[in-house]
Design a protein around this ligand. Structure first.
Ligand code: TYM
Length: 331
């Protein structure tokens, strides 16, 4: 079976609707066809300052949300990145064949660094995409299901992997990004010209673990556009388009049919339906997360099993890499 690998950062207690629709939901459907590896990327979560106790808690909560979102630890390998030491080990080797200029062109880095200023920006944030390349290449992943914002990182992964192969001999599978168009970029509800994101936060963010009442309120106060027609046009109607995208993704109703159903109706009606579709997803999701967190020992045991399976694959790849690079094997 072809392989798939993906991960999310435990930087917040809750995932948001963009993480869920853009990534997590695809992960769940891909388990049937693929040999799937899903990882909580805690090493990535310390690149921009964090609280240790919170990180530990959020790592568990993130793993619980993977399961609540449909990842089945019986069928997929669910693990925590820091439990598998080969990730930073491979990242070091890859960082030595990654150009400084090449890494400097990563737009996520440039954006974050511009926001934080040079002094507050860590070297870890700069090498972040190289660690991400290691996450993927260690497992010979064929596909990486992510949102649009990760496309450049997957391209970099292919470039680095290809370079290693041509310098040291065929070693890595070069992965493809899997980014379904419809949910590639869920937008902020207050500013629908930018993507929904935890770093922006605010009232335009729908967090999966937020009080249902608050979620409902946020959807009802979403920014809509001038005019009153319910149509899809990302340029002139970004707010309405985003709401239709969300409704279509959650209900599996085609966009065209939604537009038809809302002919002659107002924005208020649309928001009401979006709110009810979101709550239909979020309420059982939250219930499942609570159940899982009630028994942290069992959750930790699942993660230990996952780490063992991941380690088997990762250590075989790293051994090969160390050998190809010319490191002397220890006796
Ligand atoms: P992270 O934690 O920022 O986001 C997790 C996933 O959610 C997707 N996403 C979105 N999709 C649609 N609309 C949005 N508004 C939206 N916001 C976020 C992201 O594209 C991502 O798929 N660098 C990665 C984590 C990572 C990783 C990896 C991913 C580390 N190693 C290896 C894949 C493979 C990140 O920061 O994701």
């Amino acid at each position: 079976r072809p392989r798939v690998l993906s991960g999310m950062q435990p930087t917040n207690a809750s995932l948001h609707l963009g993480n869920y629709l853009g990534a997590l939901r695809q992960w769940a459907t891909m388990q049937d066809e693929y040999d799937a590896f899903y990882c909580v990327v805690d090493l990535h979560a310390i690149t921009a300052g964090h609280d240790p106790a919170q990180l530990r808690e959020r790592t568990r909560v993130t793993a619980a949300q993977y399961i609540a979102g449909g990842v089945d630890p019986e069928r997929s390998t669910l693990f925590v990145q820091s439990h598998v030491p080969e990730h930073p080990q491979l990242a070091w080797v890859l960082s030595c064949i990654t150009g400084f200029g090449e890494a400097s062109r990563m737009t996520q880095f440039k954006d974050k660094a511009a926001r934080q200023g040079t002094e507050a920006t860590t070297v870890g944030l700069f090498t972040y995409p190289v660690l991400q390349a290691a996450d993927i290449l260690l497992y010979d992943a064929d596909m990486v299901p992510v949102g649009e914002d990760q496309r450049q990182h997957i391209e970099l992964t292919r470039d680095i992997g290809g370079r290693f192969n041509s310098r040291f001999g065929e070693t890595f599978v070069l992965p493809k990004a899997f980014i379904p168009e419809a949910t590639a970029k869920i937008q902020d509800l207050q500013d629908p010209t930018v993507k929904m994101s935890k770093s922006i936060g605010g009232a335009g963010l729908i967090e999966m673990l937020e009080e249902p009442k608050v979620i409902e309120k946020r959807i009802k106060s979403a920014v809509t556009d001038s005019g009153r027609e319910i149509t899809v046009d990302p340029e002139s109607k970004p707010g309405v388009t985003n709401l239709i995208t969300i409704l279509s993704a959650l209900t599996m109703r085609p966009v065209g049919q939604i537009v038809q159903d809302f002919e002659g109706r107002g924005y208020g009606d649309l928001k009401k339906e979006v709110a009810s579709a979101v709550l239909d997803t979020v309420i059982p999701f939250q219930k499942r997360v609570r159940e899982l967190l009630d028994d942290p020992a069992q959750l930790d045991a699942l993660l230990a099993t996952g780490a063992e399976k991941a380690h088997d694959v990762a250590s075989a790849t790293l051994r090969k890499v160390y050998d190809r690079v010319g490191f002397l094997q220890p006796m």
